[in-house]
Design a protein around this ligand. Structure first.
Ligand code: ARG
Length: 246
């Protein structure tokens, strides 16, 4: 009898285990967007957004897996359901809202122009002259700048990069005159000893939100409810202290 009930127990366990497992959602990330998402020295996904989403997943009862994807193709990947969300420093924009749904905003950024230390170029001058400006490909700053160039017939040349740290390196090498970069990655580069300085803003700031496939209302609710809890938890302030200067 004992053996029988052990068998029944084992059978029930095996039969029901798949149902008890938490659902796994894939977060598509830019692997080189410190301090929000990056790969650390141990090869693990790390950063403000990674730790936020891990906390939310744990509280809301799902699993999250962080998968690097080219920023340039990240929205198509979400639309094609190759990933379930993008929690990786993505600005909420009207144009993107046509393609995906966004969570409530969780962080505000400014749109900066930065130059190499020692340069006396100002943000206004960059837009007036024949300068080369670096920017990350597929960002809303890329779009903002391209439309300014087209509308105002500016003489600047854009040079496109796969990530902001790569544009910072080229700026330091003197290959470009200035970069357009969001405030948090710029401040992170400066904090890490990169000899660059912020010289002005070129567009109104915007807010980061988590993007979710338009058909996935269930996940969007989990994420919004999760941020509501996280924002009230001391861990939220810890994350700001660890990764951001404010
Ligand atoms: N404001 C930019 C955008 O949303 C930031 C993009 C950079 N974020 C990133 N993970 N690469 O397009």
């Amino acid at each position: 009898m004992k053996r029988f009930s052990a068998l029944v127990f084992a059978f029930l366990f095996l039969a029901l285990a798949p149902f008890a497992q938490a659902k796994t959602y894939v977060n598509g990330i830019d692997a080189n967007y410190p301090p929000f998402s990056f790969i650390d020295e141990q090869g693990n996904a790390a950063g403000f957004d990674i730790e936020s989403m891990n906390w939310i997943a744990n509280k809301m009862g799902f699993e999250v897996q962080h998968t690097p994807i080219n920023w340039d193709g990240i929205i198509p990947a979400l639309q094609a359901k190759k990933i379930d969300m993008i929690c990786s420093g993505m600005s909420i924009s009207e144009e993107r809202k046509q393609a995906v749904n966004f969570s409530e905003p969780y962080y505000s950024i400014k749109k900066y122009i930065a130059v190499k230390n020692g340069s006396d170029l100002t943000a206004e001058e960059v837009f007036k002259g024949k300068y080369t400006l670096g920017v990350q490909r597929g960002t809303n700053e890329h779009e903002l700048l391209q439309s300014r160039i087209d509308n105002e017939k500016l003489a600047i040349t854009l040079r496109l990069y796969d990530s902001p740290p790569m544009s910072v390196e080229d700026l330091l090498n003197g290959r470009i005159d200035a970069i357009a970069i969001d405030s948090a990655p710029a401040e992170d580069a400066i904090k890490n000893g990169k000899a660059i300085k912020i010289v002005g803003e070129y567009a109104p700031g915007d807010d980061f939100g988590v993007a979710v496939n338009k058909e996935n209302a269930e996940l969007l609710k989990l994420i919004n409810d999760g941020y509501e809890l996280l924002k009230k938890d001391p861990f939220w302030q810890e994350l700001h202290t660890k990764y951001l200067s404010n």
